[in-house]
Write a protein that binds this ligand. Structure first.
Ligand SMILES: Cc1cc2nc3c(=O)[nH]c(=O)nc-3n(C[C@H](O)[C@H](O)[C@H](O)COP(=O)(O)O)c2cc1C
Length: 338
């Protein structure tokens, strides 16, 4: 088994976290991931302000048989801060905050005895997370499904590792964005992460709340078939801060509005009624099927526990066989003697 600072500090068997995906990571998925030795984090999403979100208390009750966390979209939580207290009362081991300033919420989280995980997209966000006393920071690359920033996982994770090591070496680092199998986990650990946060792969798991039509569609898609844009949030009237865009499978709406983001901003909310109706009906030509570039690595919808085990096993095999696969005896000393 792979042992890291994350497995030790969070008391889990595998350095694999299931992302708190709004409308997707309910209690059953979080519980299945934790039962398999990862860490499942229930998606508290928009803290109720979006409408049509699952009942968080009910989902947390489902997760409760195992260690679990809860996650919120920080700017939405600012509008409904009581949701944090309600969630903390259910005894999560950690709270995962993303997309906004975590500092106002940190004291309450720490006082409740929960660990704080902050997902970040820039170095400035890392500084805010360290100011908040985050126990772990998630460096999220733009490959990720759902909302995110502009940096790419491959250079962002090691830069984050160096940045954190300089100021707060005990703070853990997790990598997110494009990690869907053991190759991704092994690579992230080599970049300096203590573990990974996985969304898209668990989005297509048996226990996820994802509609079957979305994962059936995804099974035919490649990593080329996603788009990151701010247009959809503007058109559907969800007031995301400008810094964050939304990656999803391409559909009629993303393609009609590709490259027209300023125009979409001016048309704020104009698609709201049609979008909500499409979401309710499962019409994916208009409503988003939310997945990242890793969709090209996904062809099935297995049990989440099987995903955790396969990912951990494959990463361990790759890491433990690396010396025999890549090292040439004598190569490095010979270079030094030149
Ligand atoms: C369907 C979906 C919904 C998401 N919702 C949230 C969310 O509500 N809050 C959040 O912090 N991150 C959310 N994310 C982003 C994840 O936290 C994570 O960064 C991302 O999934 C990692 O990249 P990957 O999708 O390539 O695994 C979501 C991702 C997906 C795919």
């Amino acid at each position: 088994m792979i042992r890291t600072r994350f497995t030790d500090t969070f008391g889990v068997r595998h350095p694999i976290v299931c992302a708190p995906m709004a409308l997707v990571t309910g209690g059953r998925l979080a519980r299945a991931v934790s039962r398999a030795g990862g860490l499942g984090i229930v998606g508290g999403g928009y803290a109720g302000i979006l409408g049509g979100e699952p009942d968080l208390a009910a989902e947390l009750a489902l997760a409760r048989k195992e260690t679990f966390g809860v996650g919120f979209i920080t700017w939405a939580l600012e509008q409904e801060p009581s949701r944090l207290e309600e969630a903390l009362a259910c005894g999560p081991s950690c709270v995962f905050l993303s997309f906004g300033d975590p500092r106002p919420f940190a004291p309450k989280i720490h006082a409740a005895g929960a660990k704080l995980i902050c997902q970040v997209q820039t170095l400035r966000h890392i500084d805010e997370a360290m100011d908040a006393g985050a126990n772990a920071i998630v460096a999220q690359g733009a490959e990720a499904g759902g909302h995110g920033g502009a940096r790419s996982t491959l250079p962002f994770v090691p830069e984050a590792a160096d940045h954190i090591a300089r100021r707060s070496p005990d703070t853990l680092l997790l990598a997110a964005g494009g990690i869907a199998d053991g190759r991704g986990l092994a690579a992230a650990l080599m970049l300096g992460a203590d573990g990974v946060v996985v969304g898209t792969r668990f989005w297509a798991s048996a226990e996820a709340l994802t509609p079957t039509a979305a994962t059936d569609l995804a099974a035919r898609m490649t990593g080329d078939d996603t788009r990151r844009t701010t247009a959809i949030d503007a058109l559907r009237g969800v007031a995301w801060p400008d810094a964050f865009s939304f990656r999803m499978l391409k559909n009629e709406v993303t393609e009609a509005w590709a490259g027209r983001e300023a125009e979409a901003r001016a048309a704020f909310g104009s698609l709201q009624a049609r979008y909500d109706e499409a979401r309710a009906k499962g019409d994916l030509a208009i409503a988003a099927a939310v997945a990242g570039e890793a969709v090209g690595l996904i062809r099935d919808r297995p049990a989440a526990g099987d995903i955790v085990e396969a990912m951990a096993r494959e990463a361990w095999i790759r890491l433990s066989t690396a010396p025999t696969r890549f090292a040439r005896p004598g190569n490095w000393p010979a270079m030094q003697n030149r």
